[in-house]
Structures are given as structure tokens and as C-alpha cells.
Design a protein around this ligand. Structure first.
Ligand code: BES
Ligand code: MN
Ligand code: ZN
Length: 503
């Protein structure tokens, strides 16, 4: 997608469609009409307004057609933003996504945008949100469809600079914001693509190849362990979980050193189960196909390293991924098996479907060697977290309270919101085992928390766990979040890292 800022009047802008946004507020709409001037578009808009049909409500989108002599654009979209006191950057992401999708439905290749104002936000921030809305909103995982005609994508977006339309920012500032937003959405889309890839094409080796490609693109050190190195390093969780699969497991370490070598890094750890059948504790058939994206944590880690590297953020960032395929077979791990980890801790495998924590434990032990400032793991870990928080909020648990504060604030800015669940000591009793130090399931209650209690046993540094089981996949398409893989966490973490860079 090519984005530009053009100093021009709306009548002169050369684009297939023009989107103008209005709040649910008569005065705001009147201002828009005044801006449009006297012509067939404003007359039609006036009629809509007088009839009470145009109100500026969110989800409202009118398409009007100027006469050829009146304007160069073919269509004008009047897009509702919603109530003025609620207008936020998130409403911009959503409204702009709707406009972009409508433009594409007309096979428009170019869309001009008059940025709406958002109280408390700079023009650069508004343009940033608009860029996110467009690129994330137009995302489709459609590579498997047989196509009779080529898809005609929207490929050019023009932000109009006219009067105060950049809301106090300069064109250069807006351009910079667009570039940054594009780097981050490109990474988010990369994560979505990895998540949506079916598991006949996606197994641990492929995940490692994707990480290596990012490494090649940005000159990063990427280390990949196969079965031999996993055995040598006692990564018993990854090996055990993968035991029933005909594919080989992998452990991946990516290193992006963006600042002084001696500065303690942030380590990201991702769950990379490329398919989760449950193993011998097999899952029921309905919905099992969704378990192709049980590597969403890994996708987010790989994509966040990519985003940090492409933005050249002055931070040190390590991305670790534990990848296995959880299959039932004659060679599969059994319930009751006991694993002894590299740190000496023994684990009774009470349920082979609680495999995420088993593979993460190896990576959490490995993370120690980096003397990290903070370790953040991301995992589609528990159905219990989905029961607790649904699909719009990521569960957050951990010991690094200052990082959790920062993630909470980054979550509110990016709208990839997180909510903390407690990890009180009392919950520890739930993962006691009769035959080993701990077991991998905690019984019926507080499943998201007992999973975190398990992980906590493998951490010796400030740590945060993000359970993205509910947020990594969307069940119903929303404006800029299509059904399927969401790439959740990439924008959240990159936002946090940007702030880390200024510490
Ligand atoms: N990958 C699943 C969790 C999951 C469920 C992710 C739904 C996304 C949507 C995980 O490996 C799992 O199976 N967890 C079990 C744990 C249980 C056996 C303690 C679960 O949540 O049922
Ligand atoms: Mn499972
Ligand atoms: Zn799983």
C-alpha cells in the first residue's frame, strides 16, 4: 500500500473515492457540509441530514456521487464515527477500516482521506490509527481460493492536507507516523498469515524457517535447535510433547541487539504448538481445527522481533520459541509420564493436553542465560482464560509489576487490552503432585491461573505471562480484525518496546 500526504482541495484530489468522517453531532455534520461547499454532494448530504437518515452514528456509511465538473473523485463516502465524547483513536481505526473495505468493494484502487479530529490526539497519531485501520482492515487470508479474476486491491491512500486537516501536525510528521504504522501492521499481518496457515503446511521446522527469514531480512542472529540439540540441552518439555508426531520439534532463539551490548534485554517467549490435538488426552472434534493457531504466541514473538528490527528500536530483544506438534500415536507421551527439566524440577504429566506449559518451561529456563530485564511469554494457553475474559481481553499474570503497568497502558493505547489475574501463593497447592515436584494441571477451578503458577516455577527473573487463548483468534469479523488469526500482541509489545527505548 502506498500512502501519501497531498496538499490539495478535496475537489482536486485524484482518487477513486474520498472518505470524510463525521461525529454523531449535527454541528459537526454541518461543518462537513460547509467544507464541501455548494454542489450535488452537499445537496444530497443535506437531504439525508434533514430526513434524519444521516446522523454520524458509527457503522453509518453513505456513498454520494459528485458530478464530473464538480470534483475529480468518483465517490464521496460520508462515514459515521459515533458520539463526539467517545471519539477516540480506536473509532478512527474502525471507521477508516470500514471506508477502506467499502472502497475495495467498488474495486477502487485509490482512496483519499480527510482525517477526522480526535480530542487530545495529534494529527500524526490520527494518521497512525488510520493507517492501522486501512492495512489491518483490508487483510484477507485468501491465498487458497481458486480465482477466476485477479483481485483488484486498493493500493494507494492519500491523506489530504487542506486547512487544519492534519490537526496541528506537519506533513512530515504525518508521513513518519504512517511509515511507523506500516512497519508494525506489516509485522501484524505476518503474524496473522502464520496463524492462519493450515497445519499440513506448518510444523516446527516451518516455524523455524519463518524465523530465519526474518533473521536474514534484518541481519539478526537466529539459532535453531533440532532433536539432537534439544536432547543435549535437556529440553524435555518440547521433546515430550512432540513425541507422538512424525515431524521434528524445534527451539528457536532470535537476537535483535539494537542498543549497547551490556544493556539487559527483554526476552519474549512464544508457545509454538503447530497443531494441538491434545495428544493422548485427545480433544473433542468440534473446533479442533482452530488448534492450527496454537502457535499464535510464537507468531507474535517472531513478528514483534521483525517489527522492532525494522523500526531499528534502540532496545535489546530476544525472541524464544518452543515448537512442537501435539499428536496422539503409539510413540506419544502418556498421562502419568514424569519429565525432569534442565533445572532439576520434575513434572508429572497428568494431562497431555496441557502441553503449552510443558514446552514453555524449557524456554523459560533457557531465558535465564540472557540475564533478562524482563521476560514476557505469550501463549494460547488455556480455555479457562477464554471463559474468564472472552475474545477481547488478554489475561495477564506475573511478577514484574512495573512491566505489567506498562503493558496495561500499551494495551489501552493499541486497544490490545490486557487484564491482570492474581497469582496468589494459595493457588500453588493446586499443582502439587503425589509423585513429582509439580503436575501440569490444576483441577477444575482457576485454570488460567494454575497454568501461570506452573510457569512461575520456571522463572527466576521479573516475568509476565500473557494468555492469548481468547484474543489470538477472532470468531466474528470486526472492522479491522477479520475472522481467524488476529496477530494480537504485536502492536501491544511494539508499543511497549517503543517506550522502553525512551527509558
Ligand atoms: N491450546 C489449548 C488452549 C486453548 C483453548 C487455546 C481454546 C485456544 C482456544 C491448550 O493447550 C489446552 O488444551 N489447554 C487445556 C488445559 C487443561 C487440559 C488443563 C484447556 O484449556 O482445556
Ligand atoms: Mn492443549
Ligand atoms: Zn495448546
Amino acid at each position: 500500500m502506498n500512502f501519501s500526504v497531498q496538499k490539495t482541495n478535496w475537489k482536486k484530489v485524484r482518487a477513486n473515492a474520498l472518505a470524510i468522517f463525521q461525529q454523531e453531532d449535527k454541528r459537526d455534520i454541518r461543518n462537513t457540509l460547509k467544507y464541501l461547499g455548494r454542489n450535488s454532494v452537499s445537496t444530497a448530504a443535506e437531504t439525508l441530514l434533514d430526513a434524519g437518515d444521516m446522523t454520524g452514528k458509527k457503522d453509518e456509511l453513505f456513498v454520494l456521487y459528485p458530478k464530473k465538473a464538480e470534483a475529480a473523485v468518483k465517490r464521496v463516502f460520508l462515514v459515521g464515527l459515533g458520539k463526539g465524547d467517545k471519539v477516540s483513536l480506536e473509532m478512527v481505526r474502525r471507521a477508516v477500516a470500514r471506508a477502506a473495505k467499502r472502497a475495495e468493494s467498488f474495486k477502487s484502487r485509490s482512496l483519499a482521506i480527510l482525517l477526522p479530529s480526535v480530542p487530545g490526539a495529534t494529527g500524526a497519531e490520527i494518521a497512525y490509527a488510520a493507517t492501522e485501520g486501512i492495512t489491518l482492515g483490508l487483510y484477507k487470508f485468501d491465498k487458497f481460493f481458486k480465482r477466476d479474476e485477479p483481485r483488484i486491491p486498493l493500493d494507494s491512500v492519500i491523506f489530504i492536507e487542506d486547512g487544519d486537516s492534519l490537526h496541528g501536525s506537519s506533513a512530515a510528521e504525518v508521513k513518519e507516523a504512517i511509515d511507523e504504522a506500516q512497519a508494525i501492521t506489516t509485522a501484524t499481518i505476518f503474524a496473522r498469515d502464520m496463524e492462519n496457515e493450515p497445519s499440513n503446511n506448518k510444523y516446527p521446522e516451518i516455524l523455524a524457517n519463518w524465523a530465519k527469514e526474518v533473521g536474514k531480512e534484518h541481519g539478526l542472529k537466529v539459532t535453531v535447535f533440532g532433536p539432537k540439540e534439544l536432547v543435549a540441552n535437556k529440553m524435555v518439555g518440547i521433546l515430550g510433547v512432540n513425541q507422538g508426531s512424525v515431524k521434528e520439534p524445534r527451539f528457536i532463539a532470535m537476537e535483535y541487539m539494537g542498543t549497547k551490548k551490556d544493556k539487559a534485554p527483554i526476552v519474549l517467549v512464544g508457545k509454538g504448538i503447530t497443531f494441538d490435538t491434545g495428544g493422548i488426552s485427545i480433544k473433542p472434534a468440534p473446533g479442533m481445527g482452530d488448534m492450527k493457531s496454537d502457535m499464535s504466541g510464537a507468531a507474535t514473538v517472531i513478528a514483534t522481533v521483525k517489527a522492532a528490527a525494522s523500526l531499528k528500536l534502540p532496545v535489546n530483544l530476544i525472541g524464544l520459541v518452543s515448537s512442537a506438534e501435539n499428536m496422539p500415536s503409539g510413540s506419544a507421551m502418556r498421562p502419568g509420564d514424569i519429565l525432569t527439566y534442565a533445572n532439576g524440577l520434575s513434572v508429572e504429566v497428568d494431562n497431555t493436553d496441557a502441553e503449552g506449559r510443558l514446552v514453555l518451561a524449557d524456554a523459560l529456563i533457557w531465558a535465564e542465560r540472557y540475564k533478562p530485564k524482563s521476560v514476557i511469554d505469550l501463549a494460547t494457553l488455556t480455555g479457562a482464560c477464554v471463559v474468564a475474559l472472552g475474545h477481547f481481553t488478554t489475561g495477564m499474570m506475573g511478577t514484574d509489576t512495573s512491566m505489567m503497568d506498562r503493558l496495561r497502558s500499551a494495551g489501552n493505547s493499541t486497544y490490545e487490552r490486557v487484564c491482570e489475574l492474581p497469582i496468589y501463593d494459595e493457588y500453588d497447592d493446586l499443582i502439587k503432585s503425589d509423585v513429582a515436584d509439580i503436575k501440569n494441571v490444576g483441577g477444575r477451578w482457576a485454570g488460567a491461573i494454575t497454568a501461570a503458577m506452573f510457569l512461575k516455577r520456571f522463572t527466576s527473573y521479573p516475568w509476565v505471562h500473557l494468555d492469548i487463548a481468547g484474543t489470538a483468534r477472532s470468531e466474528a469479523p470486526a472492522d479491522y480484525i477479520p475472522k481467524g488469526g488476529t496477530g494480537v500482541g504485536v502492536r501491544l509489545l511494539t508499543h511497549m518496546l517503543k517506550e522502553e527505548a525512551s527509558l
